[in-house]
Design a protein around this ligand. Structure first.
Ligand SMILES: Nc1ncnc2c1ncn2[C@@H]1O[C@H](COP(=O)(O)OP(=O)(O)OP(=O)(O)O)[C@@H](O)[C@H]1O
Length: 269
């Protein structure tokens, strides 16, 4: 279904002094990070650490307060495509569309705003649904899927997006082991095809088992590098300690002081 030779050249993701927030309150401070193209990256940290916020800025849904992100194209813009899967519970499933129609939207880049859906588009959506184990679900309304089936359908849509960078926010939350294993296999396939895959996760054992590179966030970068080093007990304890005293009403941020959590050197995946 996917021809990795057709992937456009990627530059990786570079964040330079990136600060992002809401209503002038920074949620993530002064992030300096280079993620090489083709990296399989886990993003971990306590609740409220800024993980989803980072993904949203990478997806082009939030603008930086200061600093820059480079290497990614905004949605609908020319250049390497970015696909984004928001958190499971943020999806609005009240639209009266079928599973096939929802998955076919992954081909939006192929038929465009004024293009027509052709039978071959539906055929490709059927193939993607079969690849995630949802053959026979094509005509179901999307609000009649279980949580795991919904997530499988989302992965089918992502497959059709054929993006060079795939951003996943807690893709395995509230998903059973079998579905998680099936979706992890798809994620590994994307990585083997040379795509950059970034996933926000809470299951640290799963991260250690499947992700070569990890970013530990706690409103700033605590550690970044090979998972065994970045996800040490010391870094995790530091992430929890840094996060707890955060003051929501603090004035606009000052540059983060350097700490023992100087990011590790980025690695090639
Ligand atoms: N739309 C918003 N408006 C205002 N503040 C927000 C908004 N979204 C997130 N925040 C705040 O930004 C901070 C970071 O939130 P974010 O969702 O990025 O954390 P997270 O690490 O993904 O957390 P979790 O693990 O709980 O999903 C939190 O203090 C949160 O309350």
């Amino acid at each position: 279904m996917i021809n990795p030779d057709s992937l456009p050249a990627q530059r990786g993701i570079t964040c330079s002094d990136l600060t992002v927030g809401y209503d002038r309150h920074p949620a993530l401070h002064h992030l300096n990070l280079q993620v090489p193209a083709g990296t399989l990256l886990a993003v971990v940290g306590p609740n409220g650490a800024g993980k989803s916020t980072w993904l949203k800025v990478l997806a082009g849904l939030l603008r930086p307060m200061t600093g820059t992100v480079s290497g990614l194209s905004a949605p609908g813009q020319p250049g390497p495509r970015v696909a984004y899967l928001p958190q499971h519970d943020q999806a609005d499933r009240s639209f009266p569309v079928t599973v096939l129609e929802m998955v076919t939207m992954g081909l939006w880049h192929a038929f465009g705003a004024w293009g027509r859906l052709r039978p071959e588009h539906h055929d490709r959506a059927r193939q993607a649904l079969a690849a995630v184990g949802l053959q026979g679900f094509e005509a179901r309304p999307i609000d009649a899927l279980s949580g795991g089936q919904w997530q499988r359908a989302q992965f089918a849509r992502l497959m059709l997006q054929d993006a060079t960078t795939v951003l996943l926010d807690e893709p395995f939350a509230a998903i059973d082991r079998r579905t998680t294993a099936d979706l992890l296999a798809i994620l590994h396939r994307w990585h083997a095809e040379g795509r950059t895959v970034v996933a926000v996760l809470h299951d640290l054992d799963l991260v250690r088992a499947h992700f070569p590179t990890t970013l530990v966030l706690a409103r700033r970068c605590v550690a970044y590098g090979p998972t065994a080093e970045a996800l040490s007990d010391a870094h995790w304890a530091e992430a929890l300690a840094l996060h707890e005293p955060f003051d929501e009403d603090a004035p606009l941020c000052a540059p983060a002081p350097l700490s023992t959590a100087t990011p590790l050197a980025p690695v090639q995946a």
